[in-house]
Design a protein around this ligand. Structure first.
Ligand SMILES: NC(=O)c1ccc[n+]([C@@H]2O[C@H](COP(=O)([O-])OP(=O)(O)OC[C@H]3O[C@@H](n4cnc5c(N)ncnc54)[C@H](OP(=O)(O)O)[C@@H]3O)[C@@H](O)[C@H]2O)c1
Length: 323
């Protein structure tokens, strides 16, 4: 089969299309004929040799890709044969996704609900479970102001919808006018462009001079730091990513003084909790209450282009590869 192989850490063009042996499902595993591959932001950092968590860095050579969608075409010992032919999405357990076929643990398979496309379902696998889980932890309340960084991105576009669904008021914070126009088209009333110097003043102006009730911080760095400063006394800050390359620095003394609650970092969801969050995302989408934004698709062989686009902040919503 064809797969995109990482032989050395480096810039996007280290991702090479290679012919490799087909994987064979062992006991408890299933083989998926991959129709869609989910590309996550963190995979660009892993590829570059800058994984935010060393445990995410694979032994090379490796096939990146932690999420796929497709049809089960074979199963290993101990797995129900009736799964063959089902339309599924699944985590790969870390690697193996950028390929025409992938072996996964059968317990990780999630059947795609009737009425939901395979691309939509795959787009929700990682971003959907993250957004659902974060929303459940942070519990945005009706009437609250919620600042969402990278709101035109994969997780951000879903958080924005989930916040609105709870009756809270999202402020979509994005990089650039193009993305601002886009979130406005999606129906978000309030947005700011954090590449402008006075963006925090713009946020305060939107909410009449006070601070925001909750921030979802997927960017970190200077943007996360400035957003941290925008939280009202007694408010919540939910850091979950570092697209800028650095997590937001959280000063314990300041957290105490301002009476803030930090949501997320110490919560360690179990694999079953994450699977349940992914299931919820699929159900919400099938019911028409959550809309995955598929911003761009690339052929599998163009995985390097996909990574380059993500790093250049040129993507919106989810990026998918099609084998
Ligand atoms: N996907 C998941 O399930 C998941 C789970 C846990 C954690 N995370 C983390 O959450 C963050 C967002 O993930 P995502 O998959 O939803 O990605 P994404 O938002 O689709 O893409 C990242 C976005 O971050 C913004 N950004 C700000 N500074 C950047 C910089 N220096 N370089 C590149 N991008 C920059 C860009 O949006 P603007 O141009 O609008 O600034 C960019 O589009 C990442 O740090 C990721 O590791 C994701």
């Amino acid at each position: 089969m064809w797969a995109v192989v990482l032989e050395t850490f480096g810039p996007p063009d280290v991702l090479k299309l290679r012919e490799v042996p087909d994987p064979v499902p062992g006991p408890g595993q299933a083989l998926i004929d991959v129709a869609v591959v989910n590309v996550t932001f963190v995979e660009t950092q892993v590829r570059a040799g800058a994984a935010p968590n060393p445990a995410l860095a694979p032994t090379l050579p490796a096939i990146l890709g932690n999420g796929v969608g497709g049809e089960v075409i074979a199963v290993g010992d101990g797995v129900d044969q009736a799964l063959i032919g089902t339309r599924v999405i699944s985590t790969t357990g870390g690697t193996g996704g950028y390929a025409e076929r992938a072996v996964v643990n059968a317990t990780d398979l999630l059947e795609v609900p009737e009425g939901l496309g395979l691309q939509e379902a795959t787009a929700l696998l990682a971003d959907g479970r993250t957004a659902i889980w974060l929303t459940q932890l942070a519990e945005p309340q009706a009437g609250e102001w919620v600042l969402i960084e990278a709101a035109a991105g994969g997780v951000g576009s879903l958080l924005t919808q989930l916040v609105r669904a709870r009756g809270a008021r999202p402020i979509a914070a994005v990089g650039g006018e193009r993305k601002r126009r886009l979130v406005t088209q999606w129906g978000v009333e309030d947005s700011v462009d954090y590449t402008t110097a006075d963006w925090t003043d713009q946020v305060r102006a939107i909410i009449g001079g006070r601070g925001v009730d909750l921030v979802f911080d997927g960017v970190g760095g200077a943007i996360g730091q400035a957003a941290f400063g925008l939280v009202r006394e007694g408010g919540r800050f939910a850091p979950y990513g570092m697209a800028s390359g650095a997590m937001t620095t959280l000063d314990e003394e300041e957290i105490q003084r301002r009476g803030l609650t930090i949501v997320g970092p110490s919560a360690r969801p179990s694999p079953e909790e994450l699977r349940q969050a992914a299931r919820t995302a699929l159900q919400e989408a099938a019911a028409g209450r959550l809309r995955p934004v598929i911003g761009q698709t690339f052929p599998l062989r163009a995985a390097a282009e996909a990574h380059a686009a993500i790093e250049a902040r040129a993507t919106v919503g989810k990026t998918l590869l099609i084998p």
